[in-house]
Design a protein around this ligand. Sequence first.
Ligand code: NI
Length: 138
Amino acid sequence: MADLVRFGVAMERPLLDRFDQMVERRGYDNRSEALRDLVRRELDQDAWQRGQLTVATITLVYDHHVRELTERLTEIQHDSGSLILSTLHVHLDHHHCLEVIAAKGSARLLKTLAERLLGTKGVLSGNVVAAALPPSSH
Ligand code: NI
């Protein structure tokens, strides 16, 4: 881990009280640890919004009996070949499939890919979780 730097933060008492309650609920040892996690999450979000290089998982649940849906989803993934690192497919029950797609690339391209997949008619639910890549893994 890099060296820790101390800095002062001024905050309204009610806001700090709420923060402390959350720190306790989530089981952090101290405020600093909680604050570091918040900052990391916000930086991930910022990298995603600015279209920087990110990794993301795209999760889809769909009914594979919907006509040509599986083919359409596969085609979209083939079109974005170099973005996709790996795909996990689970046959949930007689009708439903769960697909988790791990992808790496510019946030702009990953967003487009996710929107195409999640927007495909017949996809029942899903979401995208993105994380900024640390500089060493670029
Ligand atoms: Ni399946």
